[in-house]
Design a binder for this molecule. Sequence first.
Ligand SMILES: Nc1ncnc2c1ncn2[C@@H]1O[C@H](COP(=O)(O)OP(=O)(O)OP(=O)(O)O)[C@@H](O)[C@H]1O
Ligand SMILES: [Mg+2]
Length: 259
Amino acid sequence: MARVPTGIPGFDELIEGGFIENDVILLTGGPGAGKSTFGSQYLYSGITQYNEPGVYVTFEETPARIMRNMWRYGWDMERLIKENKLRIIRADPIAYGRYIKKTLEPDKHDHDNATLETVLKQIYASVKEINAKRLFIDSLTSLKISPDPVDVRHIILEFVKNIESFDCTTLITSEANMNPDHFSVEEYLAEGVICLKVNRIAGERIRSLEILKMRGVKHDEVLRPYVITDKGIIVYSSDSVIGKEADVFSLQRSSILGE
Ligand SMILES: Nc1ncnc2c1ncn2[C@@H]1O[C@H](COP(=O)(O)OP(=O)(O)OP(=O)(O)O)[C@@H](O)[C@H]1O
Ligand SMILES: [Mg+2]
């Protein structure tokens, strides 16, 4: 099976070298956990190290803001766009508004299906335009507009099933689950789930990563520390964060602090 390395230092060895080609992988985490950074690094490394064009789909931030933030890591997204190796597309905010409308006008379902279709067509057109192999979608939570859980489930299922047919290895972000015992539809649906966690230990911020599942892959099961640096994310794949109940209380980090 062909593997797709993320190019994130320390990460690929946790999953036998990379994602399985054309899988849809979910990346969850709280605010500031590093989801957008992880996804951008996945696309940036894909283009610069593996010559695989990528599409970045944003539901919230503007492409200009994304480019500005990524520039801080030294990633020149603008150049890659000019070279037709990268596209950053903002999912149609009008379609987005119509999801809200759907909750007010439940009799207009046909209309709303058409808008989900519009978003998918927009993504697919960009994928085909540059022959993208990697897709990053930030974030799925933006589609969860309806207060009706059945509607939400339907939209997420429809969205993910369509994305699966795009012949891209896809990373999709979603907000972290507030209830650790309850899993959302996308966590069951995706081939893999990566969780980014942020804890505070003795006044210090400790970031750790867990691979919850990765179908068909003999993946790492240990909570691994990661850091966000001026050059992006680095995972310490041979160190561990030892957790007790919900609280992380101890960290073995020989390589982080050189202890
Ligand atoms: N150069 C840097 N060095 C260290 N940490 C940085 C650097 N740049 C950004 N960060 C950290 O990365 C965080 C932002 O990461 P990112 O935007 O990828 O998170 P996110 O999970 O996408 O957040 P959100 O849920 O708000 O979209 C910042 O809050 C900051 O803590
Ligand atoms: Mg983000």
